[in-house]
Design a protein around this ligand. Structure first.
Ligand SMILES: Cc1cc2nc3c(=O)[nH]c(=O)nc-3n(C[C@H](O)[C@H](O)[C@H](O)COP(=O)(O)OP(=O)(O)OC[C@H]3O[C@@H](n4cnc5c(N)ncnc54)[C@H](O)[C@@H]3O)c2cc1C
Length: 390
C-alpha cells in the first residue's frame, strides 16, 4: 500500500486566496511552525492579474502594493466625475505578490510545495485527504480554492464580466499617473447590447493598463476587444497604433453569479477565495475579502476552533446584487443607463462604500432613488419580491 504523507494544513491552489492564507499563517506566532503542503497544478503562471481595491486598511502587508492613486474618476461622455473624498485606489500585481510569498516559502523549512493536479477530496473524520496525480495527502485542515461547488445546480443563462487589457507603453506622455479611470462608459455601447466601459490604470505618464470590460453572456473574440482598445486609445489619448507598443496583455472573465456556493467540502476542508464565495458577484472584487477571511481562519486555528466559511452578505446586499444581475441578464439594454445614473447622481465615495457593503440603509435609499426604478421593480417582481434571493 502507498504511504500517505500527512501535514497540519494543506492549501490547495496557490492563487490569491491560497497564498494570502499561507502568508497569514506564516505571520502568526502560534502557527508559523506548522507543517504545510501547498499544492497547485502549475507554478508557471502564464497570465498575470492586477488586483485592485480601495480599502488599503484591509491589506496586511503594504509591500504588496505596487501603485496607489490619489484620485478616481468615472467618465460619462465628455464629463468626468472625480472623487474628492479620501478614497484612494491601489493595485497589486500577481507577479510581485507571488514572488514575495514564494521567496519567503523557500526560506521556510515547514512548507512543502507540490505541483500536482488535485482530483478529489475525502472526508476522514478528524482529518481530510486530497487525491492528486502525485499521490494522496492528508491534513487536519485543508483549504481549497480550486473546486467551485454550488449548493444548488445553476440554472438559467450565464452573465460574465469579461475583459481584455493592454499594458501600453506610449511614446507620448499622455497619462495622468495620479488618477485612475474606474469606468469610462463606451460611447458606442449606447448602440450595443450591454454595459461596456474602459478602465485605465496609469503607472506613469507613458505606461498604463487600459482594459475594455463588458457585462454580457459570452466572451468575445480577442480582436473585438483589441479594436475597441485601439479606438479608445486614439479618441481619448490621441494615440495611433504607431505611438505605443503593448508590453503585456491581461484578460479574463469573472462570472456575475450569485448562486450560493458551498462554504466547505467536508468538516475539515474549507473553501476559500472565489470558490469560497468571496467574490462580490456584481463587481468581481475579491482581494480584500480574501484578506478578511484569511484573518478569520488564522484566528480560529490559533484558538483550536474550526474556521468558518466566508460569511454571507447581509440579506439586503444579496437582494441588490440579485436584482442587478437579473436586470443585466434579462434587460441588458437597461444596464448602461443604471450605471451612468449611479455615478452621475452620487458621489464616487458613496458608491464605493455601497459596493463595499458598508453603507447604511438611508444611504442605499438615496442611491436607489437616483436610479431608473422600472427595471428594479420588474426584477423585484420576478424574484418573488425577494424570496428567491440565494
Ligand atoms: C484577470 C482578472 C483580474 C481580476 N482583478 C481583480 C481586481 O482588480 N480586484 C479584485 O478584488 N479581484 C479581481 N479579480 C477577481 C479575483 O480577485 C481573482 O480571480 C483572484 O485570483 C481569485 O483568487 P483565488 O485564489 O480564489 O483563485 P485563483 O487566484 O484563480 O487561484 C486558484 C489556483 O488554483 C489552481 N488550480 C485550479 N485547478 C486546480 C486543480 N485541479 N489542481 C491544482 N490546482 C488547481 C490554479 O492554478 C490557481 O493558481 C480578478 C480576476 C481576474 C480573472
Amino acid at each position: 500500500m502507498k504511504t500517505v504523507k500527512s501535514y497540519d494544513y494543506i492549501i490547495v491552489g496557490a492563487g490569491a486566496a491560497g497564498l494570502s492564507l499561507l502568508w497569514h499563517i506564516l505571520e502568526h506566532d502560534k502557527l508559523k511552525k506548522k507543517n504545510i503542503l501547498l499544492a497547485d497544478n502549475t507554478f508557471k503562471w502564464e497570465r498575470e492579474k492586477t488586483w485592485c481595491f480601495w480599502d488599503k486598511s484591509l491589506i496586511p502587508e503594504k509591500n504588496w502594493i505596487q501603485k496607489s492613486w490619489e484620485r478616481i474618476e468615472v467618465r460619462i461622455g465628455n464629463k468626468a466625475f472625480i472623487n474628492i473624498g479620501n478614497e484612494h485606489y491601489h493595485c497589486i500585481s500577481s507577479r510581485n505578490f507571488r514572488k514575495n510569498i514564494l521567496e519567503r516559502v523557500k526560506e521556510t523549512e515547514t512548507v512543502t510545495i507540490v505541483e500536482a493536479e488535485v482530483e478529489g477530496f475525502e472526508d476522514l473524520g478528524h482529518n481530510a485527504m486530497i487525491r492528486t496525480d502525485k499521490g494522496n495527502f492528508t491534513a487536519s485542515h485543508i483549504f481549497q480554492s480550486t473546486h467551485i461547488m454550488p449548493v444548488k445546480l445553476r440554472n438559467g443563462s450565464q452573465l460574465l464580466q469579461h475583459f481584455r487589457g493592454f499594458f501600453v507603453e506610449s511614446r507620448k506622455e499622455v497619462f495622468d499617473p495620479e488618477m485612475i479611470t474606474l469606468m469610462d462608459f463606451d460611447a458606442e455601447s449606447g448602440t450595443s447590447k450591454c454595459t461596456a466601459f474602459f478602465y485605465v490604470l496609469p503607472y506613469s505618464k507613458n505606461l498604463a493598463l487600459c482594459e475594455y470590460t463588458l457585462f454580457s453572456d459570452e466572451v468575445l473574440p480577442d480582436e473585438t476587444y483589441d479594436a475597441a482598445l485601439q479606438r479608445y486609445l486614439n479618441s481619448r489619448f490621441g494615440l495611433s497604433e504607431r505611438d505605443y507598443k503593448v508590453n503585456e496583455i491581461e484578460k479574463g472573465f469573472i462570472p456575475m453569479d450569485d448562486t450560493l456556493l458551498a462554504g466547505k467540502l467536508n468538516n475539515r476542508t474549507l473553501n476559500i477565495g472565489t470558490a469560497g464565495g468571496a467574490t462580490k458577484p456584481t463587481t468581481g472584487y475579491t482581494f480584500t475579502r480574501i484578506q478578511q477571511h484569511s484573518r478569520h481562519i488564522v484566528k480560529a486555528l490559533a484558538e483550536n476552533r474550526l474556521p468558518e466559511p466566508f460569511p454571507r452578505s447581509k440579506y439586503r446586499f444579496r437582494l441588490y446584487d440579485h436584482l442587478l444581475i437579473q436586470i443585466l441578464k434579462k434587460e441588458p439594454l437597461a444596464g448602461p443607463g443604471i450605471f451612468r445614473q449611479l455615478f452621475r447622481k452620487n458621489k464616487i465615495k458613496d458608491v464605493l462604500l455601497f459596493l463595499d457593503e458598508k453603507s447604511s440603509l438611508a444611504d442605499e435609499i438615496k442611491i436607489f432613488a437616483s436610479l431608473p426604478w422600472a427595471p428594479f421593480l420588474k426584477a423585484l417582481g420576478k424574484s418573488g419580491f425577494g424570496w428567491k434571493v440565494p
